[in-house]
Design a protein around this ligand. Structure first.
Ligand code: 5RP
Length: 224
């Protein structure tokens, strides 16, 4: 199976997971990235069975809209029953690194407002320890160099993601070389650096369910 076929397989499994929860009043959270795109494309077939979606990025909002799915602002709907999104890395605790697509801040906000976070990923994303994938940090532009210097003190090799402006008008630093043993503590520590908007560790609010696609099929995993 190709990686795209694995992504589509986990998207199909997520649809099976979400379908029983749908109803005319239900607004669901939808993530960002290529795996989330497979989910959005499959969600289109269920369009009439739920009220609409909150998107975690402008790109996902456009894709949902193009499929005729109604969009809502998070402030209009409050708590969401379900959020489906991909990840760049995920461990046994369902802590994740996210933000490869630069949508980490809105993703973290939607995740925080959701009762159940379903992470969909192909097997290449499952890791024993987080940190091989460079940790993205969204920063206020004027704080970029300061935050980078602070990240060097934490042992990272920070690289400015040139040419990328987030949906919130900010910039991204990708931090290489971090050895992440306590993801919850590191998430909190990085968030305390002045000028950091969000970091891509999703550990304080991990996923609740992981649907992981491999050549053996899709497995459903809960946090260890
Ligand atoms: C975007 C994200 C994505 O969920 C993450 O990058 C995974 O993307 P893909 O499904 O394309 O591998 O966090 O900010």
């Amino acid at each position: 199976m190709t990686q795209d076929e694995l992504k589509d397989a986990v998207a199909a499994a997520a649809i099976d997971e979400v379908r029983p929860m749908l109803g005319k009043d239900i607004v669901i959270g939808v993530g960002t990235g290529s795996t989330a795109n497979f989910f959005i494309d499959r969600l289109a077939a269920l369009r009439g069975d739920f009220r609409g979606a909150v998107a975690s990025s402008e790109a996902s909002a456009k894709r949902l809209k193009d499929h005729g799915i109604d969009l809502y602002e998070l402030n209009e709907v409050g708590t969401l029953p379900i959020y489906v999104d991909g990840a760049d890395e995920v461990n046994a605790h369902l802590h994740m690194i996210k933000g490869g697509g630069a949508a980490l801040t809105r993703e973290k906000i939607v995740a925080a407002c959701s009762t159940t976070f379903i992470c969909i990923a192909d097997a290449s994303k499952r890791v024993a320890r987080l940190g091989d994938f460079p940790l993205p940090i969204e920063v206020i532009p004027m704080a970029r160099s300061y935050v980078a210097r602070e990240m060097v003190k934490l042992g990272a090799d920070p690289v400015y993601r040139e040419g990328v402006v987030t949906d919130n008008g900010n910039q991204i630093i990708d931090c290489y070389g971090l050895e992440i043993d306590d993801a919850v503590a590191l998430e909190r520590q990085i968030n305390a650096i002045v000028g950091v908007v969000t970091n891509g560790l999703f550990a304080a609010r991990p996923a609740d369910v992981l649907l992981l696609g491999s050549t053996e099929g899709v497995s459903r995993q809960l946090p260890a």
